[in-house]
Structures are given as structure tokens and as C-alpha cells.
Design a protein around this ligand. Sequence first.
Ligand code: BG6
Ligand code: MG
Length: 223
Amino acid sequence: MKAVLFDLDGVITDTAVYHYKAWKALAAKIGIEIDEAFNEQLKGISRMDSLESILAKGSKLDAYSEEDKLALATEKNDLYKTMIQQMTPEDILPGINDLISGLKAKGMRLGLASASQNGPMILEKLGLKDTFDEIVDPAQLKAGKPDPEIFLTGAQDLGFKPEECVGIEDAAAGVDAINAAGMVSIGVGNEQTLQKATTVVPDTASLSAALVERVWRETVEHS
Ligand code: BG6
Ligand code: MG
């Protein structure tokens, strides 16, 4: 194992809840109701794809021009950015700092594979700006998760083969992307939702460098 590719929202920090709150408010404004179960489908999905999914749920896909859709997505993003303004290093999820330092101590390279265009700003707020060796720019990708492109790009940027990498995700679409990239996947959250992951842990506090390395080694040995 040479490198670990991290998702951001819901893995490094709990921004997943703010994405949900902002989409819920935006959707309500245009007469569409979304709940937490529906929100599971939005996790890991790009801003515009999330909007399309919400509009489809409300049978309003054809109700807006491309310009209107961009305005709606911008409105959601402005709301989201207000919500995350106060973030500090205290908002790093339990166990993540130890995981990062443990992986670095083992000589692992770290990459960020987040669909969020707010990623660099959030890392700055969390004091993690210089933590990652590579940060994939989601704006440069052709396809979002569950397409493997973001993880394949991350591995390539780091200079390793996918099979030398582990990906960590809280979203089903993200786990699918890691698996499709040919990497070992670790899911953080609900075992049922993330059942396709190589291993699922219930929360970030359950992650450790030793666990990540063990899951990778056991998977490689059995393949
Ligand atoms: C992902 C989140 O990390 O980033 C999604 O799980 C979000 O909920 C996506 O839609 C895009 O984020 P942003 O910040 O570019 O709107
Ligand atoms: Mg996530």
C-alpha cells in the first residue's frame, strides 16, 4: 500500500449535514420536499448533478432553463458557504487527525478525491491545507462519482497504481467509484448503505492507519 485517497464531506468533516440542509431549503423554495433517505443519493454527487436529481424528484426537470439551473445551484452554494463559514480545526471528525498522522508515519502519500469545488477552502478552514500531497480538481473531470475518474486521477497524480491505493468514503456513489477504480474501499457509516465497500466502519473514530493497512493487505493477499 502506497497511498490513501480521502473523500472530504462526511469523512474528514461533517459538511454532509450542511449540504443536506442547504439543498433542503433550496428545494423547499421551489416546492420540492426532500428527506434524509433521498439525501443519501445526493452524497458524493456533484452540485449540478444533485440539482438535476432534486428537480427530477419534483418532476420539474423541464421547468428551468440552463441559466435558471445555474442560478439555483449558485443559490444553494451561497447558502452552504454561509453555513460553513464558522468552521475551525475543531470540526475535523474524531480519529481523522490520528489517521492522517499514522498514515504519514508509515510513509503513505495522501490525496483528496472530493467532488466539492469548496474543498480547498474547507481544508484551509480546518488547518489541513498542506496535509495532502495531491488534491484532485473536480472541475477538470469529465464524470463525477460513481465514475472512477476522480480516484484514478488521484492515483495517477500521486504516481501510483490504483491497486496500491485505498479510498475512504461515506457515500455509496463514492464506494462504487473507488471499486470501479480497482482500489480497496473503506466505507464510513451505515453497513447496509455502504455494503459494496471492502470494509465498513461505523464512524471515523473507528479508522486507524493500522486498520487501513490491514484491510489493504488482507484484500491483496486474497485476490
Ligand atoms: C460532495 C458532497 O463531496 O461534493 C456532495 O458529498 C456535494 O453533497 C458535492 O454536492 C459538490 O460540492 P460543492 O461544494 O462543489 O457544491
Ligand atoms: Mg462524502
